[in-house]
Ligand binder design. Structure first.
Ligand code: N7H
Length: 439
């Protein structure tokens, strides 16, 4: 077996969540690039450096490479992830999405790599970007870039629909005490060549990972209109509260982060903000039959589809991902709000880390969120995840939105999240960068 505990000074990351730039690049001059990478690698951030406030740089940098990019760099080793090798464009049918809505640069397999710079200050971010471009010069060419930005004021940490994000993440075995309700996974579920990474890989890939990058456009006014048109029918509840409840049930959490499983009718912001309680639930309740109980949380809710907790027996550790998302695009304008129509693009720059894309990102999208039958053995077919389930842009159905009629079917006229595409990348550990990506 593989050694269990990863070296945090080897695992690369770029984990500021105030602002970042993700730039898709072509490697124009591989020989020159590999030489210049010797100067870049010392500025690439690792988990141990980012975890310690005293060593955290003012801006972070990370890099990842597509299959085409590894080939361009002369790396022919088989990393043994066919979904990665095929690229995300070829994977679109498996995700039940049309590539008509994709950013043109993501169509095909031409992107070689991505660099991500991130910071809590826009000045440091700009400096980091220009420093990198100065060093790498004409060995690379940026073909597409997009900037992520935390939302203003009290919406920082919330994505564009308004929900607090980044609450529930798996932790790796061997690192401290998990928070109540937090799942601990073997390191090999997230990192290559660690315990329970089931595939055979070149030894130099140890502590590297695969990332799925997605630009996901969110139709916020449309999402709000839908909820206003489908308020939960709780007697005595105002229309605004009832619409908010519908959205909370679509997500499985209130905008504050409070899980509907613990706060089924009204938001509880104190619960939402409490890390010792806001993830400590498992969809079972004394006196309730968990195969029919949607009074607390719908079977199809976004968080329940992605992490079914005790809906699966035994609990399944194979499909956990590490998420790091950041919003992009402007705030909803008055005109958009009033018309109910998105006029300016906004959404989430979504990034999922895992050791195996077919059992991580791809699996969650295909086998769980898009699958009306998941989770099985319930009193009703759950339908699709109303937030992120995809059906090639066609109408979708879900159940459980109204706690007064939880087995009732609701047609979702559209997808409130529209994929603009993305790519699958290999994110090398520091030693992989040193030994393979530089010369
Ligand atoms: Fe989701 N959102 O910000 O509204 N997600 N997600 N997601 N998501 C979660 O628990 C969101 C997407 C997961 O452990 C929360 O941390 C949006 C994809 C998983 O109980 C919120 C988009 C995939 C979890 C959102 C989007 C996932 C999760 C609650 C697209 C995987 C953890 C906060 C625009 C393929 C569930 C939290 C758990 C939670 C949002 C996409 C996966 C608020 C807007 C594509 C595993």
């Amino acid at each position: 077996g593989h050694p269990p505990v990863p070296h945090l000074d080897e695992v690369t990351t770029s984990s500021f969540n105030i602002s970042n730039v993700q730039a898709e690049v072509l490697i124009v001059d591989p020989t020159g690039f590999k030489k210049l990478m010797n100067m870049v690698i010392p500025t690439i951030s690792t988990v141990d450096i980012m975890l310690d406030m005293s060593t955290q740089p003012s801006a972070s940098l990370n890099m990842a490479f597509s299959q085409t990019g590894l080939h361009k760099l002369g790396i022919q080793d088989n990393l043994n992830d066919t979904v990665f090798s095929g690229g995300q464009f070829a994977d679109a049918p498996n995700l039940a999405e049309s590539t008509n809505t994709w950013v043109s640069q993501f169509k095909g397999t031409s992107i070689h790599g991505v660099y991500i710079t991130a910071s809590d200050s826009s000045n440091s971010l700009m400096q980091q970007n220009s420093a990198l471009q100065t060093v790498l010069g004409t060995t690379i060419q940026v073909v597409y870039s997009i900037q992520g930005q935390a939302r203003p004021g009290d919406q920082a940490g919330h994505e564009h629909f308004g929900f607090l994000d980044g609450i529930s993440q798996p932790t790796i075995e061997g690192f401290g005490t998990p928070l109540p309700g937090q799942v601990t996974v073997p390191a090999g579920k997230l990192l290559l060549n660690r315990e329970q990474d089931q595939m055979t890989r070149p030894s130099w890939t140890i502590d590297s990972s695969f990332v799925a990058f997605r630009q996901l456009k969110q139709l916020v006014p449309e999402f709000n209109t839908f909820a206003n048109d489908h308020p939960a029918s709780i007697p005595g509840m105002s229309q605004a509260q009832a619409a908010e409840l519908t959205q909370a049930r679509m997500m499985g959490r209130w905008k504050s982060g409070a899980p509907v499983d613990l706060a089924p009718l009204f938001d509880d912001p104190v619960l939402g903000a409490d890390p010792t309680r806001n993830n400590n639930f498992n969809y079972t309740h004394p006196g309730f039959n968990s195969s029919s109980d949607q009074i607390h949380c719908p079977f199809s809710a976004h968080i329940r589809k992605n992490v079914p907790r005790t809906d699966l027996d035994p609990i399944d550790l194979a499909h956990h991902i590490l998420r790091s998302g950041i919003p992009y695009g402007p705030e909803v304008t008055e005109v958009e709000q009033q018309s109910g129509q998105t006029m300016m693009e906004r959404g989430l720059l979504f990034l999922a880390v895992q050791s195996n894309i077919a059992s991580g990102f791809q699996f969650l999208q295909k086998a769980w969120m898009n699958n009306p039958e998941f989770v099985k053995h319930k009193s009703v077919l759950p339908g699709l995840d109303p937030v992120m389930g995809q059906n090639n842009g066609s109408a979708r159905f879900t159940t459980g939105l109204d706690p007064m009629n939880p087995e009732g079917n609701t047609t979702l006229p559209m997808q409130f999240v529209v994929s603009r595409g993305g790519e699958y990348f290999f994110m090398p550990s520091l030693s992989a960068l040193r030994h393979i990506i530089s010369s």
